[in-house]
Each structure stands twice: as C-alpha cells, then as structure tokens.
Design a protein. Sequence first.
Length: 404
Amino acid sequence: MRTLIRGVRVFDGERTLPTADVLIVDDRIAEPDGRPVDVEIDGAGRTLLPGLIDAHTHVSDGMLAQALAFGVTTELDLFCLPGNLARQRRLAAERDDVADLRSAGVLATMPGGHPSQIMAAEAEALAYLGDAVGSFDTIAHAADAKAFVEARLAEGSDFLKIVLDDGRTAGLDLPVMPPEVVAALVGAGHAAGLKTIAHVATAHDTAVALDAGIDGLAHVFHHSEPGDPAVEDLAARIAAQQVFVITTLAYIETIAQDPAGVELVRDARIAARLPEHAKAAVDRDYSAVPVHPDGVADARRATAALHKAGVALLAGTDANFFAPVHGAAMHRELLMLTQAGLRPEAALAAATSVPARHFDLADRGRIAPGLRADLLLVDGDPTRDITATRAIAEVWRRGVRLPR
C-alpha cells in the first residue's frame, strides 16, 4: 500500500517544514519516488505530525482504541496488573485500530502505600479487569529489591516504576518507601537493564528519588513545604542529573477538580469523538487521590522552572480507568504545557520525539524515512495554535489508516 500526502506542513518531531510530500509504503515512511500511489491526500492547510506518545497512562479494555482515535499512537503504561496487561499487549500486537503499548507492569510501593487506597476504593468498579485488584506485589525491604525486579521481568515489564508518596498533599497518611529501599530498587532495575521512574508529588520526595539515581519522574512535583529545596534549585539539580520529567498537568488539574479543564470536553472537536461516559468523568470525586488544592498552580510553576533549566519534559496525562480520559487528555496536556511557557513546537516535541528518545523507541516519534508510519494529520497549524491538534483529519498506526 502506497499513500502520498502532498503539499503538507510537517512537524517532524523536532522542527517544522513549511511544505513537503510524505510517502507511506506499507508500515513505513519513505522518500517520495515519483512512482504511482494507491491513495493521494491533499495536505494543503494541514499539518502532519508523528503519532503522539502519552508517556503516562494506565490501560484497560477499550482505552487503547480511544487513545488512537485522538492521535495517540503509543501509550506508556505505568501500572498494570498482570492479567489485564497480557490482554492489552495481545490487542496492541494483533490490531492496528488501537494504540501501541509499553508498560511497567506492577509498580513498586510499600504495603498499603499509594495507590492501594485508590484500588481499595474502586475495587468493585475495577473488577472487570479480571485481576485481584486489591492484591499485587509490594516491597518493604531493600533486601527484596532484586527479587521484586526479577518478578517484573518475568511479567514482561519494559521499565520499573517506584512510588514515593505519603499522601500528605491531600491530608492522607500513607506508608511511604524508605530511601534505602528506593535506592535498592533503582540499583536492581539498572542491573536488569530497566529504566527507573519515580512517582512523586512533593519536592522532598523528588529529592529522595534523585539521591537514589532515578532516571525519570512520573509527575512534575507540585507541593513544597518549609525546608524543602526551592523550586528553581530542584529544577537545576534535575537538569544536572539529566533526569526526565513526565508532566501530567492534565491529571493534576483533573484530580484537583480545577474547573478550567472542562473546556476540553466542551470543545466540539474533542466532544465529537468522546463517548458520553468519558464526558462525565470531569464530575467524579477524586478526593482519594493525593493532590494539594494548590497543586495546579504549583505544578505550572514547577514546569516553567524545569523548562527554563533545560530539563527534558515528556507529555503524559496519567489517563486511567476514570479520568483523565485516554487520548483526549493529551490535547489538554499540550495546551497546559504552552500555558506553562513552552512554545508550541516544544510542547509537540514533548509528545513525540522526546518520549521516544527517553524510552528508547527508536522507530517512532519523528517523521523520517524508515521509521514507523505512526502519523497524525490535522487541519490548521499547531505550531502556532496548539489546539489545532484537536482538528484531527487522519490517523495512521503502522501505516494503517484509521477508519473515520
């Protein structure tokens, strides 16, 4: 199958080409060669982007399909129970009408630690996953780190997630992992060839993760207390250690129940693709999730400081079983990144080439000959107006055009 997109503006993951012809041959991007094509698409007034990569999600049935409908061609899952993960992996491998998937599998947390309180509160709603929702491996001692990591490898985990969160940002008191256990897990993960990503909410826990030699942070930190490092100092340290940060601004906004996020589901370009139950997700009660009421403003400030310090920012939404919603939330995340000071091209890179580079996905995240034809075509110019990513015209995964 040969498809030519003619005369289209191209954001290739790093820079913008005012106009170009892009050829898709089977599942790959190729150099236009003048030979006949099966399909030709007029790109005038449109922009072609690499398929979006959501660097922080939690998947279950139907969500990979919803992600792809919004141009998210790859999801990086940061906690998934084994039975559900096996089912989603099969789906992503066998079909092209769903997003691709990489996963941490079971995360590392203390017995009773975050997110155990959420799993317990939502056990009935999550029963359809087919796993024992309230039962998964936890870790409390440094001596168990190697065995914990080996169990994740046996389940097929692509990277390791470690939780550092005592719930204080929402007035909760949860068991939190001691620094020596964090360090042991990071060491065991690295020895096994896994990247390590820490769930953090506070400046204090961010510093603990950095002390342990973490590779990435699963949220931008969004709470500080007296005695914690200053935001700018912490951002400088993150940059110096070359640690990446997955922003999840849309997640923080959702669970802080900030009304600004409602604009997403009121945008006709988004609403037309959303099922009704997803539109209602903004009205859920998220009080079981630890985020401070000032979390949105603090997260935006931290994001600005991280960007100024030169930290690699990855767009991630923490889309899960309820909200933020898969696929759609990425378009809110992109807008919030620009509100935090990123230029539109930098925000687009945070959702394409930057996560591909940091998660070793060398075959995607950019538009170049030989790479996978995971592509998003939109009306308008998101390098000037980031919300143009919502005007989805076409989506391809592995060169297969998603039916409208």
